[in-house]
Ligand binder design. Structure first.
Ligand code: IPE
Ligand code: IPE
Ligand code: MG
Length: 232
């Protein structure tokens, strides 16, 4: 099943802008994060139907621990409730869920919930949904480097790093910033980057459709010369 998914698009989304979305409406940042969680299901469902095989959502970066403890606590609680409330829906949709990132700084209860959700959905094959949580690409690369040897090949290194997930085809960042903020740096070597000012809670399936259309209109060359035009 994995090979079928590999031939489809691997899209990543940096889900940014929850705080600004809330502030604009006079709401708390926590309410913004809750709205951000509500935006996920329609996007996952649409991604599955739009030729995406792997979808990686950036939910909490290693650097997000710098936020006030109360906000961090809300984000932890939201992942826990998301897993509890969504896992059966995900399985029914044929979605396999993985959470990438560190496990040693989150609570044992949350780590257990992650393992259960991953096990519950392990055989689903319509879409691989990866949630990056307490995730730092620099840490992930360092960890893979520590496990590699001096003669490790590029392919072996990629496998050590990603566990077999394909490299990124497309990264969408909502919220207007034009940076990767430590998201999948190695795996994005040839990813098409797409930045939108739309805030994550406002991002809807139609916007994903537009992003995929833009992706498909781009010519990816991977360093090769441009494809020759057929003479008229
Ligand atoms: C994204 O929204 C969610 C996380 C990074 C956890 P933000 O909380 O960064 O929202 P803004 O960027 O402050 O609007
Ligand atoms: C990136 O957003 C991380 C996530 C969306 C989870 P941030 O809001 O943390 O990024 P910066 O600080 O603007 O770079
Ligand atoms: Mg932000």
């Amino acid at each position: 099943m994995q090979s079928t998914l590999d031939s489809k698009i691997h899209a990543g989304i940096i889900m940014d802008g929850n705080g600004r979305w809330a502030t604009r409406l006079g709401l708390s940042r926590s309410q913004g994060h809750r709205a951000g969680v509500r935006a996920i299901r329609p996007i996952v469902e649409a991604a599955k139907d739009m030729g995406v095989g792997t979808l990686t959502l950036y939910a909490f970066s290693g650097d997000n621990w710098k936020r006030p403890p109360a906000e961090v606590a809300v984000l932890m609680t939201l992942l826990k409730s998301y897993l509890a409330e969504e896992i059966e829906t995900l399985v029914a949709m044929g979605v396999r869920l993985s959470v990438i990132g560190r496990r040693d700084r989150i609570s044992p209860a949350l780590a257990r919930r992650i393992e259960e959700a991953q096990a519950r959905s392990a055989s689903a094959g319509a879409l691989h949904l990866r949630i990056a949580f307490d995730y730092s690409s620099r840490d992930a690369i360092l960890d893979a480097a520590r496990r590699s040897r001096s003669d490790t090949t590029r392919e072996e290194f990629a496998r050590l790093l990603t566990g077999g997930a394909p490299e990124l085809d497309l990264v969408i960042r909502t919220g207007g910033e034009q940076r990767l903020s430590d998201f999948l740096l190695y795996e994005c070597a040839y990813a098409e980057l797409l930045f939108t000012a739309r805030l994550w809670p406002d991002f809807q399936p139609g916007h994903l459709r537009e992003a995929l259309a833009e992706f498909r209109s781009r010519q990816r060359r991977f360093g090769a010369a441009p494809a020759e035009r057929v003479a008229a």
